[in-house]
Design a protein around this ligand. Structure first.
Ligand code: 3H9
Length: 724
């Protein structure tokens, strides 16, 4: 506790724990001591709580949740202590007030925020609920619908919205601390009863029961097996049914249940993994880079679907863009699409089109003139996946671009070294695998080649940061990390159809597990023709396949021609109105099980002498997930990724893996490596011609070593890539 000024009647309590003033045991202890001291000091007439360095607080210290309970200080009673103070307490909210930080503010009698501050109760995103009486105070302050929305989604809201909701009393544009002191002085002596939220009733709704029923249905639908949103709902519901103290008891019960859950552990693991992975390599960026990154001109080539998203993403990050296409027709089409995307993005932002400034040619220009590349610092090439074309472009880039320019290729599988070989500067060539839609998806896989320099890797990571994406550095191999792990997963899904399952059964099992979308719905969305083209290119199907090749064998391994057969019938998925499912029309989005496909599958099985069998959900999950995880172990052993956390961050951010399961490698650690190994052995024996089911040597080694915890896995490998 300190005094605002020597003679001031306002005591200041400053939360101090850089970088985000998390409420550690020490901070909580100091807060309690400060409150008691201010309360006991007769010369103190009001109290102001603020945070150090322009940030109120990011809430409870997440790392502290893994320490035993006896070493924790309970936040709820401290919030109650604030509220019961006989002297007015004002919260001065700058920067962020999140989770327990906002709960502290809710205990205060007045809340004043800077206009740029953000507030929220994001506990749900780390598998918890606001456990310091926030689920009971917030509905009393802003009403049940708004409180439920904030608590079950965890979204951050800007101060302007907080003011409209009544979450804060005032917002200011100038010095928040001084404004809060003025407010504290003004309210000295005023009655505090009406300002104590625990004493207020929860505002009534015209039909609370119906509202809650609908809200619960919505929460459940979105949660897909994720527990925290439903328990958040239960805690808020308790506020509508019980007196404050009983509601708090219910909140505590539910909080404890979540705190000890595997899901909360998974989400907190994912929280720290993402931050650790995103920090990798950044320190190697040349020091002037962070400053220059946003002011230099970037250019990329190709305005197809990926290019459009990438351009939009760059403009959103306020990076000047020159967009290049091969001819005017494509350029005009691309321009129209990019402008449309930007208009939509601008509508979602405060300040609209002006904020993005994309009509300004200094920020975004379109051209067909390749020579404009001579002066740029970074190129992102985004033409389609054709090695010959990419090499031709990189050869040209190498001649035209200035010596220091970084040359990035957006590819999902192609060999970076081969692309780099077309240039005279392979050290500056790097893969940047964006995910579609590129202006929405957070993942950026960054692939270094044999010659890529550490500076080039660091620069690409810096780019990811500027684009607000999660950059993950990986090595060069077919499909890199994400797609390489996806291949066996999709392969198993198709094999399951051959053996007796249906697309809707496989999708359902994986969606129930928590995936946003199952493999067949995903394939229909992405277009079956994409994989078909790639398989033709690899000689697995199409005219280059040698006559007499067995239908279901390639290079001595099991192969399923099912996706090729669908493509030969023009079933490319949503775009043709038919794929693994049928749709109302070409371009339709509602997948309906297709009787034609079912009878096609029966005929296919008959013609290949396959006996149809019932396949249960367990087998679907195990074969799809464990083959994907098995590939993950192979990737780690080969040094393509530096740690299991990298694989998990890729899967959560790029492949719709349910975050509450912590990523595939974390999931493997929770079900236990011996279990994963035993199942892979079983399926591998049943399908000896499927190499991807054969347990990886690294997995076997870890099991033999006694199933060590995930963070120790890498110590069992002798070799690590020098670049990772
Ligand atoms: C809670 O409050 C429960 C209560 O209801 C009840 C209790 C009984 N704890 O993300 P950044 C670290 S639950 C510990 O890179 P940004 C973070 O790991 C909590 N550490 O920066 C990183 O450290 P490092 C509810 C935390 O500017 C550094 O701070 N609150 C915490 O992009 C910088 O973070 C939340 O869920 C924390 N609470 O974003 C908020 N927060 O570099 C979680 C951050 O060593 N936090 N760190 O890895 C966030 O959403 C973002 O970190 C924030 C800043 C928006 C604050």
């Amino acid at each position: 506790m300190e005094r605002y000024a020597r003679s001031s009647a306002v005591a200041v309590i400053r939360l101090r724990n850089p970088p985000v003033n998390a409420l550690s045991v020490e901070v909580l202890q100091a807060l309690e001591d400060g409150l008691k001291k201010a309360e006991a000091d007769p010369s103190v007439k009001a109290i102001m709580i603020c945070g150090e360095n322009g940030k109120f607080s990011a809430g409870a210290d997440i790392r502290g949740f893994s320490t035993p309970k006896r070493h924790r200080v309970a936040l709820g009673p401290i919030v109650s202590l604030i509220e019961s103070s006989e002297k007015p307490v004002v919260a001065a909210i700058e920067g962020i007030a999140l989770g327990g930080g906002l709960e502290v503010a809710l205990g205060c009698h007045y809340r004043l925020a800077h206009v740029k501050a953000q507030m929220g109760l994001p506990e749900v995103t780390i598998g918890l609920l606001p456990g310091a009486e926030g689920t009971q105070r917030l509905p009393r302050l802003i009403g049940v619908p708004a409180a439920l929305d904030m608590i079950t989604t965890g979204k951050h809201i800007p101060a302007t919205e907080a003011l409209k909701l009544g979450l804060v009393d005032e917002i200011v544009e100038e010095n928040t601390i001084e404004a809060a002191i003025r407010l504290a002085n003004k309210v000295i002596g005023q009655p505090l009863g009406p300002r104590r939220l625990s004493l207020k009733p929860v505002p009534k709704l015209p039909n609370t029961d119906a509202f809650l029923r609908e809200a619960l249905a919505k929460v459940k639908k979105q949660a897909r097996g994720f527990l925290a949103p439903e328990l958040c709902f239960q805690a808020v519901k308790a506020a509508t049914e019980r007196p404050f103290a009983e509601g708090v008891r219910r909140e505590r019960e539910l909080f404890q249940r979540l705190l000890s859950s595997e899901q909360a552990r998974a989400l907190q693991y994912a929280f720290f993994a993402e931050r650790a992975v995103s920090r990798d390599h950044l320190s190697l960026a040349p020091s002037p880079l962070p400053g220059t990154l946003l002011s230099d001109v970037y250019i990329y080539t190709g305005l197809g679907t990926m290019g459009q998203g990438i351009a939009t993403s760059l403009v959103k990050a306020k990076i000047p863009v020159v967009a290049l296409e091969q001819d005017l027709e494509y350029l005009n089409k691309g321009r129209k699409a990019v402008m449309g995307l930007l208009e939509r993005e601008a509508m979602k932002m405060e300040g609209g089109a002006q904020t993005l400034d994309f009509h300004n040619p200094a920020r975004l220009q379109f051209t067909v003139d390749f020579d404009l590349l001579s002066d740029v610092d970074l190129v992102i090439e985004a033409v389609f996946e054709d090695m010959a074309l990419k090499k031709e472009i990189f050869h040209k880039l190498s001649k035209i671009c200035k010596p220091g320019a970084l040359l990035c290729t957006n590819t999902s599988a192609l060999n970076i070294d081969e692309i780099a070989s077309a240039t005279s500067r392979p050290q500056q060539v790097i893969g940047t695998h964006f995910f579609s839609p590129a202006h929405v998806m957070r993942l950026l896989e960054i692939i270094y080649g044999r010659h890529t320099s550490p500076t080039a890797i660091a620069t690409a990571m810096q780019l990811a940061k500027a684009l607000k994406k999660v950059g993950v550095v990986v090595g060069n191999c077919f499909g890199f990390v994400g797609n390489r792990m996806m291949f066996p997963y999709v392969e198993q899904a198709v094999f399951l159809l051959e053996e007796g399952s249906r697309p809707e059964a496989v999708d359902q099992a994986l969606e129930d597990f928590g995936f946003k979308i199952g493999p067949f719905r995903m394939s229909d969305l992405a277009g079956l023709d994409v994989g078909w083209r790639s398989r033709k290119g690899q000689g697995l199907t199409g005219p280059s396949l040698p006559a007499g090749t067995a239908a279901r064998q390639r290079h001595g391994q099991r192969y399923s021609p099912l996706p090729d057969l669908l493509c030969e019938r023009g079933r490319f998925g949503q775009k043709t109105g038919k794929g693994w499912y049928q749709y109302e029309k070409a371009g339709g989005r509602t997948a309906v099980p297709d009787p034609w496909l079912h009878s096609f599958l029966s005929q296919y099985r008959d013609s290949h002498g396959i006996k149809t069998r019932y396949i249960d959900q367990e087998e679907i999950l195990e074969r799809c997930l464990f083959s994907l995880i098995n590939e993950g172990f192979a990737i780690l052993a080969e040094g393509i990724a530096s740690a299991p956390e990298h694989l998990d961050v890729i899967y959560i951010n790029g492949y719709g893996w349910p975050k509450h399961r912590g990523g595939p490698m974390f999931y493997a650690s929770t079900v236990g490596l011996p279990h994963v190994l035993a199942k892979l052995q079983k399926y591998s024996e049943a399908h000896p011609d499927v190499p991807k089911l054969r347990p990886s040597a690294f997995l076997k080694k870890l099991v033999a070593a006694g199933n060590p915890p995930l963070k120790e896995w890498m110590s069992y490998l002798s070799r690590q890539s020098p670049k990772l």
